[in-house]
Design a protein around this ligand. Structure first.
Ligand code: AMP
Ligand code: GLY
Length: 422
């Protein structure tokens, strides 16, 4: 079989690595991918948003199966286009991808079907949002409606920060059209859990839980990023909480989508917060998390391509997901300055390290150099969470590159939780 994976980050690298294990797979292309993925796939210089070129490539190369990893091609209807040409693929169609692409859509869905989430208000005019903030208590959470690379959420601690946030989104178009409309939400507290699921529109199967670290710096300081590191499983997601969430959030979301005439086929990702008043949905994503996929997929015992094909064929009820009884940890190395502006082109020396998922890299004079915000994801495993974390940081310290930084506390809150329980 010939496979194409659409996207360019660490998530697409781990997806390609897992698919590679299927003996029927002959070739994997990543569009556009990056040079670091060459161990498992062939990068093809076609942008994930260049739909005519993607279609032509799939038809010319007789691609048997396409996995769309990234959010924006999903939101813009790549799956719809491929399906029109009878090319089997993994990922939701445009209508279903709205659950991520519009925060307003997602909040209204949850409100209508009584799925626990933050209290919220929608604003289409700056003046209305300003008036609302002027009489609000803080913190308030301000979110651009559309896709913003995981950076469209601002937690405003006071009125001044709130006004600055709505100005940047609604008047200065910091996130382009994504910020024309906004949601202002109640500020929730508690540990965060990411639950990725496989969903074929009829059956929804949760994968092992994970924990992302969204803020740029240690102790959850600094701006929101796409994610600076992950652990899996997430110790805070106890059996009891898992059962509650399956019934009251995960199954209910599938029901809600079906009631709305939406068939979601792909990876539906639940970002949850375990608040003192119970678990609540922070947001949905319509694809694997990055860097959640880097810890969850290597723990999956099933053949990934086989599970994905069951999703496409709507036969997920025949699948029994199994995960290794281990912990995984991923630490992201990012360019100094990320998620704001940063420089590229710095030499990276991996010192022989192999357990690396590549995102923002390229080659200069035959040597690996930085080429993006998030650059590398180092993943390692252990029988305990502490062992997985120690093994990962041991590897991280082997890498030399003068312009990279990383968080030193990935998984620490998970360890603290385990200690607090004993
Ligand atoms: P999102 O892109 O919606 O997942 O938001 C990014 C991050 O902002 C989340 O992982 C949370 O850490 C934080 N966040 C989002 N919504 C809220 C909320 N209502 N209360 C507190 N923190 C939030
Ligand atoms: N790591 C968060 C995300 O993929 O949205």
């Amino acid at each position: 079989m010939k496979i194409a994976v659409v996207g360019s980050g660490g998530r697409e690298h781990v997806i390609a690595s897992c698919i590679r294990k299927n003996p029927q797979v002959e070739k994997i292309y990543v569009l556009p991918g990056n040079i670091g993925m060459e161990d498992v796939a062939i990068p093809v210089n076609i942008s994930a948003l260049d739909f005519p070129s993607i279609l032509k490539f799939c038809l010319d190369e007789k691609i048997d199966y396409v996995v769309v990893g990234q959010d924006d091609p999903l939101a813009n209807g790549l799956v719809d286009l491929l399906e029109e040409h009878s090319i089997p693929c993994f990922g939701p169609n445009k209508k279903a991808a709205q659950i991520e692409a519009s925060k307003i859509f997602a909040q209204r869905l949850m409100e209508k079907y009584d799925i626990p989430t933050a209290k919220f208000e929608v604003f289409e005019k700056y003046e209305d949002a300003k008036k609302y903030l002027e009489s609000a208590s803080f913190p308030q959470v301000i979110k651009a409606d559309g896709l913003a690379l995981g950076k469209g959420v601002i937690i405003a601690n006071n009125l001044q920060e709130g006004l600055q946030a709505i100005k940047s989104m609604m008047l200065d178009a910091k996130f382009g059209q994504a910020g024309n409309k906004i949601v202002i939400e109640e500020f929730l507290t508690g540990p965060e859990v990411s639950v990725l699921t496989f969903c074929d529109g009829k059956t929804i199967l949760p994968m092992i839980s994970s924990m992302d670290h969204k803020r740029a710096y240690d102790n959850n300081k600094g701006p929101n990023t796409g994610g600076m590191g992950t652990i899996s499983p997430n110790p805070c997601y106890t059996k009891e909480i898992e059962e509650y969430c399956k019934k009251n959030i995960i199954d209910k979301t599938l029901y809600a989508l079906n009631q709305e005439g939406i068939k979601f086929k792909g990876c539906l990702y639940f970002s949850l917060m375990l608040t003192p008043l119970g678990p609540k949905v922070i947001e949905y994503n319509s694809r694997f998390g990055d860097p959640e996929a880097q810890v969850v997929l290597p723990l999956l015992k099933n053949d990934l391509l086989d599970v994905m094909q069951h999703v496409s064929n709507e036969t997920l009820n025949q699948v029994n997901l199994k995960f290794k009884n281990e912990y995984a940890c991923c630490v992201i190395l990012a360019s100094k300055g990320y998620p704001d502006s940063y420089q590229k082109g710095y030499l990276i020396d991996l010192n022989g390290l192999k357990n690396v998922y590549f995102s923002g890299v390229s080659k200069k004079d035959g040597k690996l150099v930085t080429n993006g915000g998030r650059v590398l994801g180092i993943v390692n495993f252990g029988k305990s969470l502490q062992e997985a974390i120690s093994n990962t940081y041991k590897d991280v310290r082997k890498i030399s590159c003068e312009n990279l930084f990383y968080r030193k506390d990935i998984g620490k809150s998970g360890i603290d939780f385990i200690k607090g329980e004993n």
